[in-house]
Design a protein around this ligand. Structure first.
Ligand code: 9WO
Length: 240
């Protein structure tokens, strides 16, 4: 099975243990489908205070991560394996992560994720060392660690074999550009709350038709922005 290697450069490698040590991601790591390596940027600090940040040229509040420390850390990590990784800096200035971008990233054999802290990293690191900037949404956090974990989780689901026998990612929500239909399980009645009759009918074609209508109706109601390119319901092929 073809796995992916992901290296993370961070000041807080310990933040990644826990979230990436459970469930499907844990199994993908155990199965060798995700080869995750965490690296502490501070190990590449050179002075006796082990500084990784400094005051911004031109003034302003806060601190900036040093280009020399980041570059040494990156060279060290890229030398650990072949091929070199595609370098991603997690930042609110990046391209917003979508299902399409996740699928694209999952095709790389190796990614290097850089999680920033403070007010950001020296621009020269982005210019000379980073292949792409990725954002997980239009908000500011205290650092890029959680966005890196989000990206790792989303990408790992698309590594062939990582979902086992479960739903293939090509069948899931978003693959068709629509939200998922609602899901129900036993009991069929609880507290007076009922499962839609059609799902209990055993009529497979009607069930598929209902699920497709639900996906379209829910997308129109909850996320009309996703319907930009969706054909009108009149264009949908009929299920007998
Ligand atoms: C902090 C700050 C403080 C005062 C004025 C402006 C400021 N900008 C920032 C800032 O952008 N800090 C970032 C914190 C620096 C890079 C790491 N940090 C980060 C990454 N916050 N949010 C992200 C992030 C990454 C990907 N997707 C969404 C958010």
């Amino acid at each position: 099975m073809s796995g992916i290697r992901i290296d993370v450069l961070t000041l807080f490698p310990e933040a990644f243990t826990g979230p990436l040590d459970v469930s499907i991601i844990k199994r993908a790591r155990d199965d060798g489908l995700l080869d995750l390596h965490l690296h502490d940027i501070r190990e590449h600090a050179a002075d006796r205070h082990r500084s990784v940040d400094d005051y911004p040229f031109g003034g302003g509040q806060g601190m900036v991560m040093r280009v020399d420390v980041l570059h040494r850390a990156l060279v060290h990590v890229q030398a650990q394996a072949q091929p070199v990784g595609h370098v991603i800096y997690l930042s609110p200035q990046g391209e917003v992560l979508t299902d399409a971008l996740v699928r694209q990233l999952a095709r790389y054999p190796r990614l290097v994720l850089v999680s920033g802290r403070y007010e950001g990293v020296d621009e020269r690191f982005i210019e000379h060392c980073v292949d792409r900037e990725v954002s997980i949404g239009d908000f500011i956090l205290t650092g890029g660690e959680i966005p890196a974990m989000v990206l790792i989780d989303a990408v790992t689901r698309h590594v062939p074999g990582a979902l086992g026998d479960a739903l293939s990612p090509t069948e899931e929500s978003f693959a068709g550009g629509l939200l998922e239909h609602p899901h129900y399980t036993r009991p069929a009645e609880y507290n007076g709350w009922n499962v839609p009759d059609v799902l209990l009918s055993g009529h497979h074609a009607q069930i598929l038709k209902w699920q497709r209508e639900q996906r379209l109706a829910r997308t129109r109601r909850k996320r009309p922005d996703l319907l930009g390119h969706w054909p009108s319901p009149l264009d949908l092929p009929e299920v007998e």
